[in-house]
Design a protein around this ligand. Structure first.
Ligand code: AFP
Length: 333
């Protein structure tokens, strides 16, 4: 039986009026850019793509060459479509509005061009994360100037979100609000082919993902939850837990989507706001996880309800199998 391609999936959503032609073009263009990034990532040291770029991003973090290149690939791919008002990127301090000679459109694109880039030089999976919002309109019905304020919308306003994982295979995961679907890159035809239709996260799990080197800094509810997992069959959970930590959110989230699990990057005494960025990491992943039947909070609040204050603000993230996320949230109450 012939598998559905990403284009067929998106055309189907357009025919069902779930998305319009502009959003479909945007999503197809993002996927095409992810193919180009995948090719560069897979070349690795053969193409002088590894190592530091010699510059820092807005977060003051040293950029990798592939961080900068991935950002350029995504921006160049999306500047001409006439469907974007502006984009925002982890790698760029301020939003980049679409300007003449290009036409503006109704969407705002937020990207983490290369998530997990500290793993690049050691050949561990990395990825691209994206989030799509609508540009707000004024009372007169005109699009607002796509400055930072236009982006500061809660994650529940996203019209689409997804990510690519550049791993043993390149997988593109997307939601437009009617479930979560995964597409694997067929390198012979260079086509994304649906391999994970309608992904659902198991409500229970016996696997947690957290960077335990931060344990001494955690707040009590997180410490209690992890201690109980570590106590295994002899402890209050009555079962043994396994641990995974890739340190590439895209890889940890894809594993959580496909076999269940709880992914945690809590706030702690050193990273008081948490480490992950709300607008282009937590929000898109929270929409994906909820659309797959999971849950995503900052320990207390639903991620998608958080009213952003800044484009690059950080947030605590606890997401995955619903029953486990609910348990951690109950410990915070
Ligand atoms: P980098 O992009 O700087 O490698 O950070 C990756 C990340 O934002 C996210 O993908 C990981 O889950 C998390 O940071 C890993 O953080 P630690 O290195 O502190 O474990």
């Amino acid at each position: 039986m012939r598998r559905v391609t990403l284009t067929q999936y998106l055309v189907g959503r357009q025919q069902n009026n779930l998305i319009n032609a502009d959003l479909r073009l945007l999503l197809e263009t993002i996927a095409r850019a992810c193919k180009a990034i995948s090719t560069r990532v897979n070349k690795g040291a053969l193409a002088d793509g590894l190592g530091a770029a010699g510059t820092d991003n807005i977060q003051g973090e040293a950029q990798k060459k592939l961080d900068v290149l991935s950002n350029e690939i995504l921006m160049e791919a999306n500047v001409w479509g006439g469907n974007l008002a502006a984009f925002a990127s982890e790698e760029v301090e301020r939003p980049v509005p679409i300007t003449e000679p290009y036409k503006r459109g109704e969407y705002l694109l937020l990207i983490d061009p290369l998530d997990g880039s500290s793993n690049i030089d050691v050949n561990i999976s990395v990825g691209t994360i994206f989030s799509v919002l609508r540009c707000p309109k004024t009372a007169e019905g005109k699009y607002c100037e796509p400055e930072e304020a236009a982006f500061l919308q809660p994650g529940s306003r996203q019209v689409a979100a997804g990510f690519a994982v550049y791993g043993p295979t390149t997988v593109f995961v997307i939601t437009v609000g009617d479930g979560v679907h995964g597409f694997t890159l067929d390198r012979e035809t260079y086509t994304f082919v649906q391999t994970h239709p309608d992904i659902k996260i198991p409500a229970d799990t016996a696997e947690f993902a957290i960077n335990t080197s931060n344990m001494r800094r955690w707040e009590p509810p997180v410490k209690r939850y992890i201690d109980e997992c570590l106590a295994g069959t002899d402890g209050p959970r009555g079962k043994d837990f396994n641990m995974r930590w890739v340190a590439s959110m895209v890889a940890d989230v894809f594993r959580t989507l496909t076999r269940g699990g709880i992914f945690m990057y809590p706030r702690d005494s050193k990273q008081k706001e948490g480490r992950l960025r709300l607008m282009y990491e937590a929000n898109p992943m929270a929409l994906i996880v909820e659309q797959a039947g999971g849950a995503a909070t900052d320990g207390a609040r639903r991620i998608l309800d958080i009213q952003p204050k800044g484009l690059h603000q950080r947030v605590a993230v606890i997401l995955g199998s619903k029953n486990e996320v609910d348990r951690v949230t109950s410990y915070h109450k």
